[in-house]
Design a protein around this ligand. Sequence first.
Ligand SMILES: *Cc1c(COP(=O)(O)O)cnc(C)c1O
Length: 364
Amino acid sequence: MDDELILLNPGPAGTSKRVRDALLRGDMCHREPEFTSLLNRIRENLPHGLGLGDTHESIVVTGSGTAAMEMAVIGSVRAGRSALMVNNGVYGERMVKVAAAHGISVHEVAGSWNQPIDPEAVCAELAAHDDVDAVVCVQHETTTGLMNPVAELGALVAKTAAVFVVDATSSLAIEDPQPAGISADIICGSASKGLHGFPGVAFLLCSAKGLARIEAAPPRSVYLSPAAYLAPQRKGEVPFTPAVQILYALDEALAELAETGGPSARIQLYRERAALVRAQFTRVGLSTLVDERHRSNSVTLLRLPLGVSYKALHAQLRHRGYVSYAAQGKLAADFFRICTLGEIPWHRLEELEDALAASISAAR
Ligand SMILES: *Cc1c(COP(=O)(O)O)cnc(C)c1O
């Protein structure tokens, strides 16, 4: 793996040899009993492996993480009701767009991109409307590396009839609090971030309240209505052709996660990586946007040094064996991102400092 390009992007994650090898388990028809075993094991290991026990049931879909976001929005709002959405980054914005695409009305709580949303603001908006069926929040805004207070929001929403939808795609097995510490009814995740699987499979983790809402929501999409998956998956079946090989890899990735100490050990690894690379960023003179108290363990949004374009810096870093990631939206011109997600040999992180310093000089 030493000579390989190290991916410092927020997904897809670099994978282990073990997970890559699982892709080669062979051909399989999804209408045969072997597939039922595979699906049952994954559906069981997702909530259990992420520390949820039997409080949540999973729904697995073939698609990128956005498929899970869309399923969650479609499945959480009954006809004629609305969603209350936190929007303080690109993924919150995407949630609003998903609702708009399905004609679901939205009350938006917009916030600054470098501040966690204020639970009081959500509380006030919730009190101002009596048609809210779902409160939707992104736990870790991958846009900026900003953490939102989902545990506090979950406690608020639990007192109401609304379901709490959390996009935890970039926080499962990466950030605290983990799902067991959040009163969430529908949690969105994908195989290719903290689980260290491949892109192509996403999932929901649903509480009893979340499942009841999914069954009460109208069928807004043929492919993405979660109710279309729930009944077949409970029988070990899928409504559409799944990405079988990506599921093999997810199966292996979940086994690997459990064998390496589960989410708490992985979160600790992410913390240690963040401490290592953030000390390097400071030494090479790179500044950040989000205050230390609100930052995730994986994404750091860094200001481009004076006179250095993202394109030039990316090319220099890539030449030295690292793939950096552009900033999104209004931040794209002045910032870039480094994300220490997935399988990365520790020494390659140690060597990042010299690569960064040399790349910045060369890009000027
Ligand atoms: C990566 C990510 C997603 C899913 O993105 P896809 O490109 O569709 O896989 C959703 N939400 C958050 C917060 C993410 O970081």
